[in-house]
Design a protein around this ligand. Structure first.
Ligand code: LLP
Length: 430
């Protein structure tokens, strides 16, 4: 987060609060969200992408309080399940500023979205087009939709989070002609209003050329639609996916830079094709929530392990693990880590931060040089854990999920309370 510093004793502070105090008061592991940091990233997207609509992708990090911040900063919200929709509605998020995503939304989820009056539904299959049309007809209403297009871009990111190549489950293929067919199908349904097209090429992407190719191809389809059907679609969403820094080697672009490249391409293509520039939008999730959070852990055990060639590595085990951050185990993700509770002049030593779960893949930080004297009771902070850590959290091994604490201006408050063993047991029936 932006508002962190180390005090004279080497202790990490955030928004003016010492981490030892946070650990004492709220326990560990703990997700600590720097409210002003998250809000400032919202504003940077709004300002950087001036004239565009910015939808926050709630899947990255969502709770009622965060939805309120997002609303107050003037963003829209992208939800992709009935559960995320429920959080948004509980936060009294204006429904017309909500977009509903997903490749297999249930009839019940769609009905709730339509009844709530949400802004747009992004359609992802022919089955779904029929389903939404029927629900809207039954309700004597019109549903506004975007058609999700698979543009055939190979985004340079982990295979599991790339979404615009052909062989995956999302969207209608542009190359295969399905996108065109989907548009036709939607236009034939009197209860559906086609607002525009949508493309999302993947996540944790640094290189903007993928967005540019996507923009080019979707604008091409806009033109085709105008030529075939004589209509100019009003909206185009280019999705999310902007990469953030997880280690000091990462060097992501600021929103204003991203905006420039994407804007130029869209304007250029629209001009070239002679189509009016549609209302543009984006859906960043990670770039807003990711850097604003760190996870605070307490060290429980330290074990030196001999490697080949006489080298060794310290296995530093903390009180959380893959249940609160599965990204390293799932995507081979890179995180960094710092000793947060004190200063140490001990030799920086190759270390691996691991969790408390029953598998060897339970790794949080693969390689980090931590002081050789790291010891039980020390606090470690893992930065950039705002996106897809809490939201992908599990209760594996019946480990309750950590709390989320928001810090701002010397104040800390719980915005999601820590799960208890009682919470876990509440669902058992016997
Ligand atoms: N829009 C759509 C349609 C999406 O599917 C996603 C992310 C986003 C926007 C937001 O993408 P972002 O700006 O956050 O990259 N769990 C993975 C990431 C999965 C992304 C899913 N979709 C991870 O931890 O890396």
């Amino acid at each position: 987060p932006r508002n962190v510093a180390k005090d004279g004793n080497g202790e990490l502070t955030v928004a003016g609060l010492r981490v030892k105090q946070l650990a004492e008061e709220f326990g560990t592991p703990l997700y600590v969200v720097d409210e002003q940091d998250l809000r400032s990233r919202c504003r940077e997207f709004i300002e950087g992408f001036a004239g565009w609509d910015v939808y926050y992708a709630g899947k990255a990090f969502l709770c009622v309080e965060v939805a309120k911040w997002i609303e107050q900063e003037g963003l829209g919200l992208d939800v992709c399940s009935g559960g995320e929709l429920a959080v948004a509605l509980k936060a009294e998020f204006p429904p017309e500023r909500i977009t509903f995503h997903g490749n297999n939304k249930s009839e019940n989820e769609l009905a709730r979205a339509i009844d709530a009056g949400i802004g747009r539904i992004v359609v992802d299959s022919f089955d779904e087009i029929a389903r939404i049309a029927k629900l809207a007809t039954d309700r004597n209403t019109t549903a506004r939709v975007l058609v999700r297009v698979t543009v055939g871009v190979e985004a340079h990111t982990h295979e599991y989070i790339a979404t615009a190549h052909e062989d995956q489950k999302f969207g209608f293929s542009l190359a295969g002609g399905h996108a065109h067919d989907a548009v036709e199908r939607v236009l034939k349904e009197p209860s559906l209003e086609l607002r525009g097209l949508h493309s999302h090429i993947g996540s944790q992407i640094y290189d903007t050329s993928g967005f540019e190719v996507a923009a080019k191809r979707v604008v091409g389809l806009f033109t085709e639609i105008r030529d075939t059907h004589g209509i100019t679609l009003p909206e185009l969403c280019l999705g999310g996916g902007f990469g953030i820094a997880y280690t000091t080697q990462d060097d992501p672009q600021p929103p204003s830079k991203l905006a420039q490249g994407m804007n130029d391409i869209v304007e250029h293509e629209c001009k070239a094709y002679g189509v009016e520039k549609p209302r543009m939008s984006i859906e960043p999730g990670r770039a807003i929530a990711g850097p604003a959070v760190f996870t605070l852990y307490e060290v429980g055990t330290v074990k030196p392990v001999e490697l080949d060639a006489g080298a060794s590595r310290n296995y530093v085990a903390v009180d959380g693990g893959m249940s609160d951050n599965v990204r390293t185990a799932l995507y081979d993700a890179e995180f960094s880590c710092t000793l947060a509770s004190r200063k140490s002049d001990a030799q920086p030593t190759l270390s691996r931060v691991v969790g408390k779960h029953c598998e060897s893949g339970d790794i949080l930080v693969k390689d980090e040089f931590l002081p050789a004297d790291v010891t039980p009771g020390d606090l470690l902070a893992v930065p950039a854990t705002g996106a897809y850590c809490r939201s992908l959290a599990s209760t594996y091994n019946h480990v309750p999920k950590p709390a989320i604490v928001a810090v701002d201006n010397n104040q800390a408050r719980v915005i999601v309370r820590r799960e208890t063993e009682e919470d876990l047991l509440r669902l058992d029936v016997w």
